[in-house]
Design a protein around this ligand. Structure first.
Ligand code: ATP
Ligand code: MG
Length: 428
């Protein structure tokens, strides 16, 4: 180094905003720069050749011992951070610092040799007060954020609970809808069976009159006369017709009730192996009232094994799909039901010739409350409920739709439920 370089180097050390102290091998002060003088209020002459810990007694800490051991015995750079040790020496006099605020420091101690090959130490003190302050603000912000996160988690839990309640009420709404349909279906046969019974009661009266007359009649002619006047032949033929018709009516009611029982499976809410075609047929029976004026039903069933599922829930999904299909058809159309097994999976399909779904709405239809139906008509919960049910079954639901042409929903179910813990979605 020439004289100019040496001058520049020492000028730099005097001007730099970092504390620089040089110690000899016994940790006696050999030099400190202007930064230390300014901040400590002590002049270098006062400290020269004095032990660091006698000029700055607060530095006498296990931290310093550790650093010295690392630098002296291992020849390494030893670094301490303000977080572990807020300061090494007290420097309250830094210009422009607020009174009473101590400078927080990170420090570096490193060994080097002087021109006589004697061991020395360089001790650098970095002012980290500002840094610590912004760090603290960051910590506070982080804490606030984590508070917000906890709040969010709480809200999510609340939403989940509300969702569960909604699903429950959707179930109730579905039952209400179903009950209305069933009432309509039963009303008709019950109506004519009731009126037939009334007619039959009249006929029985007449027949009793004839048989009562047997005891008091004086001649066979008199009896024949009574029979004729009561239109016996007509009664006879009509009784048969009335009884056949009433039997049909009662049969119809019986069928509806069996379908209802099958459909609801109220007593079983557990996974079991079930015949999905049967489920689909009973569901069709239940929603027949909504479908019959809207569409021809075409069944293209494949071969299906028994599938492990909660039948009442799968029936509910099918009911939602069927009712949606009927609603999508404006005049009169066709609803095609298909099924198929593919490996360990089966699928069921409900295809309609209705108005279809606009492409930009396709990814919204499973959202709770998403509906394009007029207020009071749709709750927008049918598909979201179906989606949840399929998730619970480790299955899924797919849709493809062509506006103006129709829509096809396909539900996929694993034939067997995967063991708890392993996931089983098909990779398609
Ligand atoms: N087969 C379909 N054809 C055309 N659009 C459909 C069909 N199925 C569903 N959609 C659309 O998806 C929306 C959401 O359906 P979802 O079953 O969830 O609710 P919704 O039928 O409107 O009301 P809810 O079923 O609760 O009475 C419907 O409003 C409709 O716009
Ligand atoms: Mg619906």
């Amino acid at each position: 180094m020439d004289g100019r370089q040496r001058y520049l180097a020492s000028a730099l050390v005097e001007h730099i905003g970092i504390g620089v102290i040089i110690l000899d091998s016994k940790l006696r002060i050999q030099y400190w720069n202007a930064f230390i003088s300014q901040c400590s209020g002590k002049q270098l002459e006062q400290g020269i050749n004095q032990a660091l810990t006698s000029v700055f007694p607060e530095a006498n800490t296990p931290h310093l011992d550790q650093m010295v051991t690392q630098a002296r015995d291992h020849g390494q750079h030893a670094y301490t951070q303000w977080r572990d040790n807020p300061y090494l020496i007290k420097l309250p006099y830094k210009p422009a610092r607020e009174p009473g605020v101590l400078m927080l420091q990170s420090t570096l101690l490193f060994p080097f040799r002087d021109m006589d090959e004697q061991l020395c130490f360089g001790l650098l003190l970095y002012d980290t007060t500002e840094f610590a302050r912004t760090n603290k603000q960051l910590d506070a912000a982080l804490e606030a954020l984590s508070g917000k996160q906890i709040e969010q988690e709480r809200l999510i839990k609340k939403l989940e609970k509300a969702n569960a309640q909604l699903l429950q009420s959707e179930k109730l709404a579905a039952i209400g809808q179903l009950a209305a349909g069933v009432a309509h279906e039963i009303n008709n046969p019950i109506g004519y069976v009731f009126s037939n019974l009334k007619t039959l009661a009249g006929y029985v009266q007449d027949l009793l009159r004839i048989s009562d007359a047997v005891d008091g009649a004086t001649s066979l002619d008199e009896l024949r006369q009574l029979k004729r006047s009561l239109e016996y032949d007509y009664i006879r033929s009509d009784i048969e017709a009335l009884i056949t018709e009433s039997e049909d009516g009662i049969d119809r009611v019986k069928k509806i009730i069996t379908a209802l029982k099958d459909f609801s499976h109220i007593e079983e809410d557990e996974f079991q192996f079930a015949d999905l075609h049967r489920g689909l047929d009973t569901t069709l029976n239940v929603v027949n009232n909504e479908l019959k004026y809207k569409a021809d039903i075409v069944k293209e069933y494949g071969e299906l094994p028994q599938v492990e599922c909660i039948p009442s829930q799968i029936n509910q999904v099918l009911m939602n799909l069927l009712v949606n299909a009927a609603h999508a058809i404006e005049q009169f159309g066709r609803i095609t039901l298909r099924s198929q097994q593919e490996g360990d999976w089966i699928w069921l399909e409900v295809e309609d010739t209705g108005k279809g779904i606009e492409p930009h709405l396709l990814n919204r239809i499973y959202e709770p409350f998403f509906t394009t139906k007029p207020v009071g008509k749709g709750t927008g919960l049918g598909l979201s409920l179906s989606y949840n049910i399929l998730q619970k079954h480790n299955g899924r639901i797919e849709v493809s739709s062509e506006p103006g042409q129709g829509t096809r929903f396909r539900i996929w179910l694993p034939i067997r439920q995967p063991e708890a813990g392993s996931s089983g979605n098909p990779s398609l």
